[in-house]
Ligand binder design. Structure first.
Ligand SMILES: Nc1ncnc2c1ncn2[C@@H]1O[C@H](COP(=O)(O)OP(=O)(O)OP(=O)(O)O)[C@@H](O)[C@H]1O
Length: 351
């Protein structure tokens, strides 16, 4: 492993283990306050863990025991670059000098540092802005310069803390494409709320909730077969968990969920997950019988536009219906409804 991370910070309810293999990108997903920035801060050296260690390419960066720091490599000597939400460029330096800052402070000669800066600026498509002061750049351009600056220091590990969060939505696809190109072969961790960042940029995903890793795995697996409510939400799927009964999954609320047969060898009582798309869910004002359907009782909480459809959110499920259907059923927050989904539309798996 290039990065091995196991650290606890009880004051923040944080206790997380992570690793990242050479040249791979890990996306850290999770709700606000889950602990994503804390993980990055401990890795970059802006925070000290109470217990644990962080090791990069076999070199211990920090080791702590019961509040005592045993090993401590200062942030500038870690070969870890942190890209924040805001570009934080030095206002009194030109774009080129900003990008050359890392190589210069590592002892590179002026010309070599400038050449490295120009190469990195070309990679982010901004070679023509090298002599400009940062105050003349757009937000998207400034963030690209910050990316070039982070990479010019040739970090062994690049940390990206929601790099798209402070940008206008119309410039994020372009920066995402640039990052996709630059992250190939670079060991990196990116924190994000956005499913597109995970899909396009990350080989693996770890979901953090309340300071703990609740789920991790290859990105396509986590987004198609999520195990945590958060991963299901960002993947746009309904998720129900429960136990296997032989014929289906029984939720803690006592609902039965039937889906694709998950195969033999499952013991009754085994923990199970069922997922299905909101577009597979129909909404009724009365209970439907017949065909192999799952039905759930719910109260409408919100209605929001979703492309050509309306997303109806109930207590714990979502359904995408046509605007005509929403109007005919007079759906408004508070309406009691039945939600129905065919068993053939439900994916059921252990976990
Ligand atoms: N400076 C601080 N001092 C004390 N506690 C903090 C501090 N910053 C964050 N915390 C707490 O640590 C926990 C983890 O916060 P953290 O910022 O790591 O979450 P996050 O997942 O990065 O959230 P966000 O998506 O909102 O940035 C939260 O309970 C938070 O309240």
């Amino acid at each position: 492993m290039t990065l091995a991370f196991a650290a606890a910070l009880p004051a923040r309810g944080f206790d997380v283990e992570l690793d990242v293999a050479e040249g791979r990108t890990l996306a850290l997903l999770g709700p606000n306050g889950a602990g994503k920035s804390t993980a990055l801060g401990i890795t970059a050296g802006t925070l000290r863990p109470h217990d644990g260690h962080v090791t990069l390419d076999g070199r211990p960066l920090v080791r702590a025991e019961d509040g005592r720091t045993r090993t401590w490599v200062p942030p500038h000597a870690r070969q870890v670059a942190l890209l924040a939400q805001e570009p934080l460029l030095f206002p009194h330096l030109s774009v080129r000098q900003n990008v050359a800052f890392g190589p210069r402070s590592q002892g590179a000669a002026r010309r070599a540092a400038d050449a490295a800066a120009d190469r990195r600026l070309a990679q982010v498509g901004l070679a023509h802005l090298a002599d400009r002061p940062p105050s003349t750049l757009s937000g998207g351009q400034a963030q690209r310069v910050a990316v070039a600056r982070a990479l010019a220091a040739e970090p062994r590990l690049l940390l990206l803390d929601e790099p798209m969060a402070a940008l206008d939505v119309d410039v994020t696809p372009e920066l995402r494409q640039t990052l996709k190109h630059l992250l190939a072969g670079q060991t990196a961790i990116i924190t994000t709320h956005d499913v597109l960042d995970a899909l396009l940029l990350a080989d693996e995903v770890a979901v953090i909730e309340d300071g703990r890793v609740v789920e991790r795995g290859p990105t396509p697996q986590v987004l198609s077969r999520p195990r945590s409510a958060f991963a299901a939400r960002i993947a746009g799927l309904n998720l129900l968990t429960g136990v296997w009964t032989g014929g289906g999954v029984r939720t803690p609320a006592g609902e039965m969920v039937h889906g694709h047969d998950p195969g033999d060898g499952l013991a009754a009582g085994a923990p199970m997950t069922a997922v299905f798309r909101p577009a597979a869910v129909s909404v009724y004002l009365d209970e439907r019988h017949g065909s192999p359907r799952n039905t759930f009782r719910g109260t409408v909480r919100s209605l929001e536009p979703r492309g050509d459809l309306v997303r109806v959110r109930t207590d714990h499920l979502a359904a995408d219906v046509t605007p005509q259907a929403a109007a005919e059923l007079s759906l408004t927050p508070g309406t009691r409804v039945w939600l129905s989904v065919k068993a053939a539309e439900v994916d059921v798996y252990p976990g």
